[in-house]
Design a protein around this ligand. Structure first.
Ligand code: SAH
Length: 276
Protein backbone atom coordinates (compact mmCIF):
# COMPACT_ATOMS: atom_id res chain seq x y z
CA UNK A 1 0.00 0.00 0.00
CA UNK A 2 1.38 3.39 -0.91
CA UNK A 3 -0.97 5.64 1.05
CA UNK A 4 -0.94 4.54 4.69
CA UNK A 5 -3.96 5.67 6.71
CA UNK A 6 -3.41 8.71 8.89
CA UNK A 7 -3.41 8.61 12.67
CA UNK A 8 -6.71 10.30 13.63
CA UNK A 9 -5.30 11.49 16.97
CA UNK A 10 -2.60 13.50 15.18
CA UNK A 11 -2.96 16.94 13.74
CA UNK A 12 -3.60 17.73 10.15
CA UNK A 13 -1.48 19.46 7.55
CA UNK A 14 -3.29 21.03 4.62
CA UNK A 15 -1.22 22.50 1.79
CA UNK A 16 -3.52 24.93 0.05
CA UNK A 17 -3.40 27.01 -3.12
CA UNK A 18 -4.84 30.53 -2.85
CA UNK A 19 -5.15 31.09 -6.60
CA UNK A 20 -3.66 34.03 -8.51
CA UNK A 21 -4.89 36.84 -6.24
CA UNK A 22 -8.62 37.54 -6.27
CA UNK A 23 -10.48 36.10 -3.30
CA UNK A 24 -13.23 35.03 -5.71
CA UNK A 25 -10.75 32.64 -7.30
CA UNK A 26 -10.05 30.76 -4.07
CA UNK A 27 -11.81 27.38 -4.08
CA UNK A 28 -14.50 26.77 -1.43
CA UNK A 29 -12.44 23.79 -0.23
CA UNK A 30 -9.45 26.04 0.56
CA UNK A 31 -11.68 28.65 2.24
CA UNK A 32 -13.17 25.89 4.43
CA UNK A 33 -9.71 24.61 5.39
CA UNK A 34 -8.79 28.11 6.61
CA UNK A 35 -11.93 28.20 8.76
CA UNK A 36 -10.74 25.10 10.61
CA UNK A 37 -7.09 26.09 10.95
CA UNK A 38 -5.34 26.70 14.23
CA UNK A 39 -2.13 27.74 12.44
CA UNK A 40 -1.46 29.27 9.03
CA UNK A 41 2.09 29.10 7.66
CA UNK A 42 3.44 30.82 4.55
CA UNK A 43 5.26 33.61 2.77
CA UNK A 44 4.14 36.96 4.17
CA UNK A 45 1.94 38.26 1.28
CA UNK A 46 0.14 34.91 1.02
CA UNK A 47 -0.48 34.80 4.76
CA UNK A 48 -1.95 38.32 4.43
CA UNK A 49 -4.23 37.05 1.65
CA UNK A 50 -5.31 34.12 3.82
CA UNK A 51 -6.03 36.57 6.65
CA UNK A 52 -8.30 38.63 4.39
CA UNK A 53 -10.17 35.49 3.39
CA UNK A 54 -10.46 34.35 6.98
CA UNK A 55 -11.79 37.74 8.07
CA UNK A 56 -14.27 37.84 5.17
CA UNK A 57 -15.71 34.52 6.32
CA UNK A 58 -16.02 35.79 9.91
CA UNK A 59 -14.21 32.78 11.33
CA UNK A 60 -14.86 32.14 15.00
CA UNK A 61 -11.67 30.33 15.91
CA UNK A 62 -8.46 32.28 16.61
CA UNK A 63 -5.52 31.46 14.35
CA UNK A 64 -1.78 31.72 14.91
CA UNK A 65 -0.31 33.34 11.78
CA UNK A 66 3.26 32.27 10.91
CA UNK A 67 4.51 34.52 8.12
CA UNK A 68 8.05 34.19 6.82
CA UNK A 69 10.38 35.38 4.10
CA UNK A 70 10.30 33.95 0.59
CA UNK A 71 13.63 32.15 0.73
CA UNK A 72 12.96 29.81 3.64
CA UNK A 73 10.62 27.24 2.11
CA UNK A 74 12.24 24.25 3.78
CA UNK A 75 12.26 25.85 7.27
CA UNK A 76 8.63 26.77 6.76
CA UNK A 77 7.78 23.22 5.70
CA UNK A 78 9.54 21.78 8.76
CA UNK A 79 7.75 24.24 11.04
CA UNK A 80 4.38 23.24 9.53
CA UNK A 81 5.09 19.51 9.92
CA UNK A 82 6.26 19.98 13.51
CA UNK A 83 3.11 21.96 14.42
CA UNK A 84 0.85 19.33 12.84
CA UNK A 85 2.73 16.58 14.72
CA UNK A 86 1.85 18.45 17.94
CA UNK A 87 -1.82 17.94 17.04
CA UNK A 88 -2.51 21.35 15.46
CA UNK A 89 -4.65 21.99 12.38
CA UNK A 90 -2.09 23.58 10.10
CA UNK A 91 -2.68 25.17 6.71
CA UNK A 92 0.36 25.99 4.57
CA UNK A 93 -0.56 28.58 1.96
CA UNK A 94 0.92 29.08 -1.50
CA UNK A 95 -0.20 31.36 -4.31
CA UNK A 96 -1.79 29.72 -7.33
CA UNK A 97 -1.54 25.95 -7.03
CA UNK A 98 0.63 24.57 -4.20
CA UNK A 99 2.05 21.87 -6.48
CA UNK A 100 3.30 24.32 -9.12
CA UNK A 101 6.71 25.73 -8.09
CA UNK A 102 5.45 26.06 -4.54
CA UNK A 103 5.13 24.62 -1.04
CA UNK A 104 3.75 21.12 -1.67
CA UNK A 105 7.10 19.78 -2.91
CA UNK A 106 8.91 21.60 -0.08
CA UNK A 107 6.73 19.83 2.51
CA UNK A 108 7.37 16.39 1.01
CA UNK A 109 11.06 17.19 0.75
CA UNK A 110 11.11 18.10 4.46
CA UNK A 111 9.21 14.89 5.22
CA UNK A 112 11.70 12.80 3.25
CA UNK A 113 14.70 14.36 4.99
CA UNK A 114 13.22 14.41 8.51
CA UNK A 115 15.41 13.47 11.47
CA UNK A 116 14.98 9.80 12.44
CA UNK A 117 13.18 10.78 15.64
CA UNK A 118 10.38 12.60 13.79
CA UNK A 119 10.33 10.77 10.46
CA UNK A 120 7.65 8.17 11.24
CA UNK A 121 5.36 10.68 12.98
CA UNK A 122 5.57 13.12 10.06
CA UNK A 123 4.83 10.38 7.51
CA UNK A 124 1.78 9.27 9.52
CA UNK A 125 0.26 12.77 9.52
CA UNK A 126 -3.00 13.48 7.78
CA UNK A 127 -1.65 15.55 4.88
CA UNK A 128 -3.85 16.97 2.15
CA UNK A 129 -2.91 19.03 -0.88
CA UNK A 130 -5.72 21.32 -2.03
CA UNK A 131 -5.34 22.59 -5.60
CA UNK A 132 -5.67 26.21 -6.66
CA UNK A 133 -5.87 28.12 -9.93
CA UNK A 134 -2.31 28.42 -11.14
CA UNK A 135 -1.05 31.66 -12.70
CA UNK A 136 -0.73 30.34 -16.27
CA UNK A 137 -4.35 29.17 -16.33
CA UNK A 138 -5.66 32.44 -14.88
CA UNK A 139 -3.55 34.32 -17.44
CA UNK A 140 -4.62 32.10 -20.34
CA UNK A 141 -8.28 32.60 -19.45
CA UNK A 142 -7.82 36.38 -19.50
CA UNK A 143 -6.15 36.27 -22.92
CA UNK A 144 -8.56 33.79 -24.57
CA UNK A 145 -7.19 30.26 -24.98
CA UNK A 146 -3.46 30.42 -25.84
CA UNK A 147 -2.86 27.09 -24.04
CA UNK A 148 -5.70 25.34 -25.89
CA UNK A 149 -3.39 22.75 -27.48
CA UNK A 150 -0.35 20.95 -25.97
CA UNK A 151 1.85 23.12 -23.79
CA UNK A 152 4.57 22.99 -21.17
CA UNK A 153 5.48 25.10 -18.23
CA UNK A 154 8.96 26.21 -17.19
CA UNK A 155 10.25 28.02 -14.12
CA UNK A 156 12.94 30.52 -15.13
CA UNK A 157 14.35 30.80 -11.65
CA UNK A 158 17.89 29.48 -11.96
CA UNK A 159 18.27 29.30 -8.18
CA UNK A 160 16.70 25.87 -8.54
CA UNK A 161 18.39 24.57 -11.70
CA UNK A 162 21.29 25.63 -13.87
CA UNK A 163 20.79 27.70 -17.03
CA UNK A 164 21.92 24.90 -19.43
CA UNK A 165 18.96 22.80 -18.22
CA UNK A 166 16.56 25.68 -18.82
CA UNK A 167 17.97 26.39 -22.27
CA UNK A 168 17.81 22.72 -23.32
CA UNK A 169 14.17 22.48 -22.21
CA UNK A 170 13.19 25.67 -24.02
CA UNK A 171 14.99 24.62 -27.20
CA UNK A 172 13.37 21.18 -27.25
CA UNK A 173 9.92 22.58 -26.40
CA UNK A 174 10.24 25.09 -29.25
CA UNK A 175 11.39 22.31 -31.58
CA UNK A 176 8.36 20.18 -30.60
CA UNK A 177 6.16 23.27 -31.13
CA UNK A 178 4.70 23.31 -27.62
CA UNK A 179 3.10 26.50 -26.36
CA UNK A 180 5.01 27.50 -23.21
CA UNK A 181 4.32 29.23 -19.93
CA UNK A 182 7.21 30.85 -18.05
CA UNK A 183 7.03 31.42 -14.31
CA UNK A 184 9.46 33.66 -12.36
CA UNK A 185 10.58 35.25 -15.64
CA UNK A 186 12.64 38.15 -14.35
CA UNK A 187 13.80 39.42 -10.99
CA UNK A 188 15.92 42.42 -10.06
CA UNK A 189 18.69 40.10 -8.89
CA UNK A 190 18.83 38.18 -12.19
CA UNK A 191 17.49 40.37 -15.02
CA UNK A 192 19.70 38.63 -17.62
CA UNK A 193 17.78 35.31 -17.62
CA UNK A 194 14.81 36.72 -19.49
CA UNK A 195 17.08 38.50 -22.01
CA UNK A 196 18.68 35.13 -22.72
CA UNK A 197 15.28 33.50 -23.00
CA UNK A 198 14.15 35.99 -25.66
CA UNK A 199 17.37 35.35 -27.60
CA UNK A 200 16.74 31.62 -27.41
CA UNK A 201 13.13 31.95 -28.55
CA UNK A 202 14.23 34.19 -31.44
CA UNK A 203 16.70 31.51 -32.53
CA UNK A 204 13.99 28.83 -32.66
CA UNK A 205 10.65 30.54 -33.39
CA UNK A 206 9.44 32.87 -36.14
CA UNK A 207 9.31 36.65 -35.39
CA UNK A 208 5.50 36.69 -35.60
CA UNK A 209 5.09 34.18 -32.72
CA UNK A 210 2.54 35.53 -30.21
CA UNK A 211 3.45 36.20 -26.58
CA UNK A 212 1.18 37.16 -23.68
CA UNK A 213 2.71 39.07 -20.77
CA UNK A 214 0.18 38.69 -17.95
CA UNK A 215 1.03 40.69 -14.84
CA UNK A 216 -0.67 40.40 -11.45
CA UNK A 217 -3.65 38.61 -12.98
CA UNK A 218 -6.90 38.97 -11.02
CA UNK A 219 -5.52 41.75 -8.77
CA UNK A 220 -6.13 45.52 -9.08
CA UNK A 221 -2.66 45.79 -10.72
CA UNK A 222 -3.52 43.37 -13.53
CA UNK A 223 -1.97 44.18 -16.90
CA UNK A 224 -2.17 42.09 -20.06
CA UNK A 225 0.10 42.75 -23.06
CA UNK A 226 -0.04 40.66 -26.21
CA UNK A 227 2.74 41.14 -28.77
CA UNK A 228 4.88 39.28 -31.28
CA UNK A 229 8.28 37.83 -30.48
CA UNK A 230 9.81 40.59 -32.62
CA UNK A 231 8.13 43.24 -30.43
CA UNK A 232 8.85 41.58 -27.07
CA UNK A 233 11.23 43.42 -24.73
CA UNK A 234 12.75 42.24 -21.43
CA UNK A 235 11.15 45.11 -19.46
CA UNK A 236 7.70 43.68 -20.23
CA UNK A 237 8.24 40.99 -17.57
CA UNK A 238 8.85 41.13 -13.85
CA UNK A 239 8.36 38.74 -10.94
CA UNK A 240 4.61 39.34 -10.91
CA UNK A 241 4.32 38.33 -14.58
CA UNK A 242 3.71 34.97 -16.17
CA UNK A 243 4.73 34.88 -19.83
CA UNK A 244 2.83 32.69 -22.28
CA UNK A 245 4.36 31.87 -25.65
CA UNK A 246 2.01 30.47 -28.26
CA UNK A 247 2.83 27.63 -30.61
CA UNK A 248 3.25 28.25 -34.34
CA UNK A 249 -0.53 28.13 -34.90
CA UNK A 250 -1.52 30.53 -32.09
CA UNK A 251 -3.46 33.46 -33.52
CA UNK A 252 -5.68 36.41 -32.68
CA UNK A 253 -9.39 36.82 -33.23
CA UNK A 254 -10.67 40.25 -32.26
CA UNK A 255 -9.10 41.01 -28.89
CA UNK A 256 -8.59 37.32 -28.05
CA UNK A 257 -5.51 35.13 -28.44
CA UNK A 258 -6.07 31.43 -28.94
CA UNK A 259 -4.46 28.21 -30.10
CA UNK A 260 -6.67 25.98 -32.25
CA UNK A 261 -7.56 22.56 -30.85
CA UNK A 262 -6.55 20.79 -34.08
CA UNK A 263 -2.89 20.98 -34.94
CA UNK A 264 -2.03 21.89 -38.49
CA UNK A 265 -5.44 23.34 -39.38
CA UNK A 266 -4.93 26.02 -42.03
CA UNK A 267 -5.65 29.61 -41.01
CA UNK A 268 -8.99 29.61 -42.87
CA UNK A 269 -11.32 27.78 -40.46
CA UNK A 270 -14.48 29.54 -41.65
CA UNK A 271 -16.29 26.24 -42.25
CA UNK A 272 -15.69 24.98 -38.67
CA UNK A 273 -18.97 24.57 -36.83
CA UNK A 274 -21.12 25.43 -39.87
CA UNK A 275 -23.98 23.14 -40.85
CA UNK A 276 -23.42 21.61 -44.29
N1 SAH B 1 2.34 28.36 -7.18
C1 SAH B 1 2.22 29.53 -8.04
C2 SAH B 1 3.53 29.89 -8.71
C3 SAH B 1 4.61 30.36 -7.76
S1 SAH B 1 6.05 30.89 -8.61
C4 SAH B 1 1.11 29.28 -9.07
O1 SAH B 1 0.66 28.13 -9.20
O2 SAH B 1 0.70 30.23 -9.73
C5 SAH B 1 5.74 32.64 -8.67
C6 SAH B 1 5.49 33.07 -10.11
O3 SAH B 1 4.14 32.78 -10.46
C7 SAH B 1 5.62 34.55 -10.38
O4 SAH B 1 6.97 34.92 -10.60
C8 SAH B 1 4.79 34.71 -11.64
O5 SAH B 1 5.51 34.23 -12.76
C9 SAH B 1 3.66 33.74 -11.38
N2 SAH B 1 2.46 34.38 -10.79
C10 SAH B 1 1.93 34.16 -9.58
N3 SAH B 1 0.79 34.88 -9.42
C11 SAH B 1 0.61 35.56 -10.56
C12 SAH B 1 -0.40 36.47 -11.02
N4 SAH B 1 -1.45 36.82 -10.26
N5 SAH B 1 -0.27 36.98 -12.27
C13 SAH B 1 0.76 36.62 -13.06
N6 SAH B 1 1.74 35.76 -12.68
C14 SAH B 1 1.67 35.25 -11.46
Amino acid sequence: MVNGSANPAAGRLTIAGLGPGALAQVTPEVAAALQHATDVVGYLPYVARAQALWQQAGAAQPVAWHASDNRVELDRAQQALALAAQGRQVVVVSSGDPGVFAMASAVFEAMEHAAPATSAAWQALDVQVLPGITAMLAAAARAGAPLGHDFCCINLSDNLKPWPVISQRVRLAAEADFAMAFYNPRSRSRPEGFVRLLELLRAHCEPGRLLVFARAVSTPDEQLTVCTLAEAAPEMADMRTVVLVGNSTTRRVGRFTYTPRFYGVPADTSSLGSTP
